[in-house]
Design a protein around this ligand. Structure first.
Ligand code: ADP
Ligand code: ASP
Ligand code: MG
Length: 431
């Protein structure tokens, strides 16, 4: 017997037919094994594809500077619908199943609405029910705060719900079913030559996810790393007689030690760059003519931090005459109206002249642990982009990642060019 968490994303849950397909995959996992034992199964579900976007728009239309607590009440509803529908479908197939909403388990989170973090999951009732052969269906994305209010965990948060449930019940594996059959060297919807990876290290997946590879939510990866949950990414769009999830047909997210062992076993050679990601969800803000003196940037970023607005790239230009400088930074597009309002509110202390904003930007990042020990990865990136006339507006780096900010219209071209430049194209492997 194993204890398995299965998570199904929005595309997999989009409509009655697809939910039926999901129910069949669950039935297969829960069926008796050749040795007569059965797995205990918990299922975490997303809202139907497009539903959360629809709900977010309603919240924005109602009030562009929305109260995050009420936003959560609205957007958490999509998962309530799909969890009920899957439980109904499983029951219709003769299985024992019930839904467990975030407040019922409960999934306790911190108060930070719209970006809550899981603090604890009370798994006792869940384990008892699963032990009796009941399939637990849990809406992802949602939890409950200490105040008893509904919270949500940020876009893509059902991945994190699934890993958190897996950690709480001591699951043997957390299978993340989605609309692609694993993690690729880059988004396979953009680069046809992207290659599926058999395994990715936590460290690299964490970086890839945080710079836009939305196949897994960043926090789900850090939680898996911290709690030791074994995660596999695989497709829900397979026919019933394909390989079983237990045969690990997808991509495993593994520790560095496991990766080294796998490389030896499968005779794989690690590339300098593991993957490339893009992110079109940020916006650029330029504050012109900020006083070039100690404390100036603190006045800008203090209020944004207090409002939980994440600032990503920052460039403070060289001071010009009259002791003034321009400060450029990026924030999530979704937070741009709030950021602008806050900056206007603090215009007096900050002392800037104008706010210029631009949402037509994209961040392209290359990630690989190989960079730690090799120089020249950044230079290759800049050269490859320059050759295609792609202008770089900002750069940031970490130990295993380089990101550049470019014009949004050039996103696909930049990703393809870099994928080829780093030798990641599928053809190379066959060669
Ligand atoms: P779900 O609704 O199942 O959570 P998501 O849309 O959140 O699915 O994530 C799956 C999508 O992630 C894929 O359809 C793919 O376009 C995108 N994606 C981005 N980068 C990658 C990558 N490196 N490997 C695989 N998929 C990726
Ligand atoms: N439905 C939520 C979203 O679209 C959570 C998820 O799907 O993971 O962001
Ligand atoms: Mg997702």
């Amino acid at each position: 017997m194993a204890r398995i968490v299965m998570k199904f994303g929005g595309t997999s849950m989009a409509g009655t037919e697809r939910i039926r397909r999901v129910a069949n995959i669950v039935r297969r996992q829960a069926a008796p094994k050749p040795d007569g034992t059965r797995d205990e199964v918990a299922v975490v579900v997303s809202a139907m594809a497009g539903e959360t976007d629809r709900l977010v728009n309603f919240a924005r239309e109602a009030n562009p500077l929305y109260d995050p607590a009420e936003y959560d009440v609205v957007v958490a509803s999509g998962e309530q619908v799909t969890s009920g529908l899957l439980a109904l479908t499983l029951q219709g197939m003769g299985m024992k199943a019930r839904s467990w909403l975030g407040w019922q388990l409960p999934v306790r989170t911190i108060e930070a609405h719209a970006k809550a973090r899981v603090e604890a999951i009370d798994a006792e009732g869940l384990l008892a029910a699963m032990g009796e052969g009941q399939i637990a269906v849990i809406p992802g994305f949602q939890g409950v705060s200490d105040e008893g209010r509904i919270t949500t965990m940020g876009r893509g948060g059902s991945d994190t719900s699934a890993v958190a449930v897996a950690a709480a019940i001591g699951a043997d594996r957390c299978d993340i079913y989605t609309d692609v059959d694993g993690v690729y060297t880059t988004d396979p919807r953009i680069v046809a030559k992207a290659r599926k990876l058999k395994a990715v290290t936590h460290e690299e997946m964490l970086e890839l996810a945080s710079v836009g590879a939305k196949v897994l939510q960043t926090r789900s990866v850090s939680l898996a790393m911290k709690s030791g949950v074994r995660v596999q990414v695989l497709s829900s769009f397979t026919d019933g007689d394909g390989p079983s999830a237990d045969d690990l047909p997808g991509t495993l997210i593994v520790s560095e030690v496991e990766m080294t062992a796998l490389e030896e076993k499968l005779d794989m050679e690690r590339q300098l760059v593991t993957g490339i990601a893009h992110d079109k969800t940020e916006a650029k803000v330029i504050l012109t003519r900020v006083p070039d003196k100690p404390g100036a940037v603190a006045h800008i970023f203090g209020p944004l931090a207090a409002a939980s607005i994440n600032v990503d790239m920052i460039i403070q230009n060289v001071g010009r005459d009259k002791g003034e400088t321009d400060v450029t930074f990026t924030v999530p597009q979704a937070d741009l109206p709030r950021a602008q309002a806050l900056l206007e509110e603090h215009r007096g202390e900050i002392g800037f002249n104008r706010i210029i904003t631009d949402s037509q930007i994209a961040k392209i990042s290359v990630v690989g642990v190989g960079m730690k020990s090799h120089a020249g990865v950044a230079a290759d990136m800049f050269a490859a982009l320059a050759e295609r006339g792609i202008n770089i507006q900002a750069i940031t780096t970490s130990e295993i990642k380089i990101s550049v900010l470019i014009d949004e219209d050039e996103t696909e071209l930049a990703v393809r060019v870099l994928h080829t430049a780093y030798g990641l194209d599928a053809e190379d492997e066959a060669a």
